[in-house]
Design a protein around this ligand. Structure first.
Ligand code: NI
Ligand code: MN
Length: 232
């Protein structure tokens, strides 16, 4: 599996012949690697952790452009369906969907999930994290969340080997909380800090996180950087 970080919470997974985007915040993401969209030959699936605009991002446009399926919370699928997205896989927390050799499991996250329309929040259902498994490698994208002890159950059930954990603080875990997740609750081989450095409000420092993590190897990526993860 190849994993590319696109700045903020946006990631591109390539495995089992599939191209999967998670939380594709392209337009307006100051750390999105310029020109990356032009290098996408196809997109098979778009996975959304929640409905905030820094995660929903370019989903509707990209799903239409690439005829991709949106895998997300029931309410989000209804919302993007209403905006003309043809293919959706609605689900809810605790569920797993298998499609084209890829396993998508929706797991809890503590956050909120709404879009603001005419100054009012429109609910997008509960926020989530996802474990995406393909080619024998499971990746846990925690979404936007605080630290919670049931991350241990996510590890027990889905055995992720790679973690994409938010560390920016204010809206999510900061480095100290995310390090506790790694050291005490998860059993990850590789940890990539996300949701940091995008805006001045996100103050969590990936180097601080790296210092604190004792279990798992922290890979601080630059936007556009990739890692290859083999099964086993
Ligand atoms: Ni959010
Ligand atoms: Mn966010």
């Amino acid at each position: 599996m190849k994993l590319t970080w696109l700045g903020h919470a946006a990631c591109h997974l390539q495995a089992a012949g599939k191209d999967i985007l998670i939380d594709p915040f392209f337009t307006g993401n100051p750390r999105f690697p310029a020109g990356y969209e032009d290098r996408l030959a196809k997109v098979d699936a778009i996975v959304l952790t929640h409905g905030h605009e820094d995660h929903l991002g370019d989903t509707v446009r990209l799903a239409k452009r690439f005829d991709a399926v949106v895998v997300a919370q029931f309410e989000i699928c209804s919302y993007v369906g209403g905006q003309g997205v043809a293919k959706v896989e609605p689900m809810n927390t605790g569920g797993t969907v298998v499609r084209d050799g890829v396993r998508y499991s929706m797991v809890p996250a503590f956050h909120s999930s709404a879009v603001i329309e005419d100054g009012k929040p429109v609910t997008m259902g509960d926020p989530a994290g996802f474990v995406v498994e393909a080619e024998g490698v499971a990746v846990y994208h925690a979404g936007d969340t605080c630290l919670f002890s049931d991350m241990a159950l996510i590890q027990r059930l889905h055995r992720p080997k790679v973690g994409l954990l938010p560390i920016g603080d204010r809206f999510t875990m900061g480095p100290e909380a995310a390090a506790i997740a790694c050291n005490e609750l998860l059993e990850l081989d590789i940890v990539v800090p996300i949701h940091w450095g995008t805006f001045d409000l996100l103050t969590g420092d990936p180097e601080r996180f790296k210092q604190l993590v004792r279990r798992g190897r922290v890979q601080v990526l630059a936007p556009g950087d990739s890692i290859e993860v083999a099964a086993g």
